[in-house]
Ligand binder design. Structure first.
Ligand code: NAD
Length: 475
């Protein structure tokens, strides 16, 4: 028995066995095979090496060789006894696996994959390895070529489409339910009016600002459109879920969801109160999770729908005095992209669309006081025209103004210092130095434009109230 015997689990030095160079080619294959087949409860390839050590330590050269009955778990480990004839092999005693340790379906899939990769016999080894590798590589190359051809085709179609006026490509949203958060003012209000009055949609207006929301509803109804108002604080998950139930019961399933509500504090990070940072994330990013969780299941059920994320260029470029705002908008951008992949690629719903909207500063009052150097401040109406047209043509991303796409590419390829100089030249990093926000912002309260008149931040109305004909409906 060697000094460092594999029978002595404490003093045993695994080097001779781990060093599989000492074995012939066949044995290397066999060791791999054992690793593959004995990792039935392992979840990942990384766990295979530890299984190797465990397996090798448990080889017992002192006792008699036992012939192991082939079974599901060990049938592929038999070759190891052939190759290690001088050694006597005793497989570890297996405890009855508890129910929770039994391979779960996805683990079983991984196991099957590992088993499929295992080479069944030494003679076949080189051929099988080569051919499976070759086939795998061929598949990757084919997929890459297909995706490049698809990209070329996509670009050609996009170029061709630019010659067809967008209005001829609009989808029909007449009678569809379009829910807009933050519809009590700014671009939310304009979108609500446009969808209801120009495109015949039934608009559901959500806002924490009761008065502003009532005005939106009244303006649409008085012009003959359909609009339903709910006072909802989208920073509260429970409120969103409760309001969503009411909308489904009183108006119907939502066809297009537009996450538009937003707030900004506009201070340097160290001057921004913690609660303000949390609130910014709750309104600008987290609310998107809750509204989508509330309305996406219906879209999946009907196989169609549309989710719109009103983010910002601040979700693509970081700017000083907007650290919390930019971070929350970057989160919204990531949310849109990841969700798009989940819905379209994993769940395969090609008729559930999503649109990401990233505008530069707009003159709505939210960013009162900002100073722009080169890119002019945007007027709300043209921005809303662009957004509505983009939604009606299922555009995936809307950046306003369009030429800012060039800056996005530039940012990705130039060194950071160069990027900052360009941003400074364009006035992006200086714009917020003169920020005032709305009048209420001056009082130092959290984005005051969002709060109902006369109400304090912690006195926010959280229960949704249906507004009919511009009036609150009494329960
Ligand atoms: N104004 C800009 O320069 C600009 C630029 C890019 C992106 N955006 C984004 O566009 C969206 C609309 O902004 P806007 O310019 O129309 O500003 P706005 O202040 O006029 O509109 C925001 C609306 O969201 C509502 N809101 C805020 N907090 C809420 C809450 N907790 N629950 C429910 N509603 C709430 C407000 O009451 C308000 O009606 C925002 O998401 C904003 O971040 C604005």
């Amino acid at each position: 028995m060697p000094a460092t015997s594999i029978f002595d689990p404490i003093n045993y030095d695994p080097t001779p066995i781990i060093n599989i160079k000492d074995f012939g080619d066949d044995d290397i294959m066999i060791m791999n095979h054992v690793v593959s087949s004995s990792s039935s409860s392992s979840n990942s390839i990384s766990s295979r090496s530890s299984t190797t050590e465990e397996s090798t330590r448990e080889l017992d050269s002192g006792s008699e060789t036992e012939c192991i009955e082939p079974n599901d778990r060990y049938e592929n480990s038999i070759p190891i006894m052939r190759s290690l004839e001088s050694e006597k092999v005793v497989l570890p005693e297996q405890e009855e696996p508890s129910l929770s340790l039994l391979p779960q379906p996805h683990q079983q899939q991984q196991q099957n994959l590992l088993m499929a990769q295992a080479v069944p016999c030494p003679v076949m080894k080189s051929y099988t390895t080569f051919s499976s590798k070759f086939i795998a590589e061929l598949e990757i190359i084919t997929e890459l070529i297909a995706s490049i051809l698809y990209a070329v085709w996509g670009i050609a179609i996009a170029v061709f489409m630019t010659f067809i006026p967008r209005r001829f490509r609009y989808k029909d949203v007449t009678g569809q339910v379009i829910l807009i958060t933050g519809a009590g003012s700014g671009i939310g209000k304009l979108m609500a009016q446009k969808f209801a009055l120009k495109h015949g949609a039934r608009v559901v207006a959500w806002d924490i600002n009761e008065k502003g929301n009532e005005e939106t509803v009244a303006s649409i109804r008085s012009a003959g459109g359909q609009c339903y108002g709910f006072t909802v604080d989208v920073s509260s998950r429970e409120t969103i879920y409760a309001a969503a139930k009411k909308v489904k019961a009183q108006v119907g399933k939502v066809d297009i969801l537009i996450n538009n509500a937003g707030i900004v504090s506009g201070k340097r990070l160290l001057d921004t109160p913690d609660e303000s940072i949390v609130k910014t994330f709750e309104v600008n990013s987290l609310s998107n999770f809750w509204t989508v969780k509330a309305f996406l299941p219906d879209m999946l059920e009907t196989g169609r729908g549309h989710i719109v994320t009103i983010a910002s260029l601040a979700g693509l470029f970081g700017s000083n005095r907007l650290v919390d705002y930019c971070a929350s908008k970057f989160a919204a951008v990531g949310f849109d992209e990841a969700l798009k992949n989940e819905i379209k690629v994993e769940l395969g719903h090609q008729n559930i669309h999503s649109t990401l909207v990233c505008p530069y500063y707009i003159n709505t009052g939210m960013f009162d006081g900002v100073r722009s150097k080169i890119i002019p401040l945007l007027k709300p109406e043209p921005v809303v025209n662009d957004i509505v047209a983009g939604i009606l043509t299922n555009q995936e991303q809307i950046v306003v103004p369009r030429y800012v796409y060039a800056l996005i590419v530039l940012k990705l390829i130039v060194p950071g210092e160069v990027g900052r100089r360009v941003a400074s030249a364009f006035g992006i990093t200086g714009a917020m130095l003169t920020f005032k926000g709305t009048n209420k912002a001056k009082s130092g309260k959290l984005n005051h434009s969002v709060l109902p008149d006369g109400k304090k931040e912690n006195g926010i109305t959280t229960s949704p109230k249906l507004i009919k004909n511009g009036r609150k409906q009494k329960k």
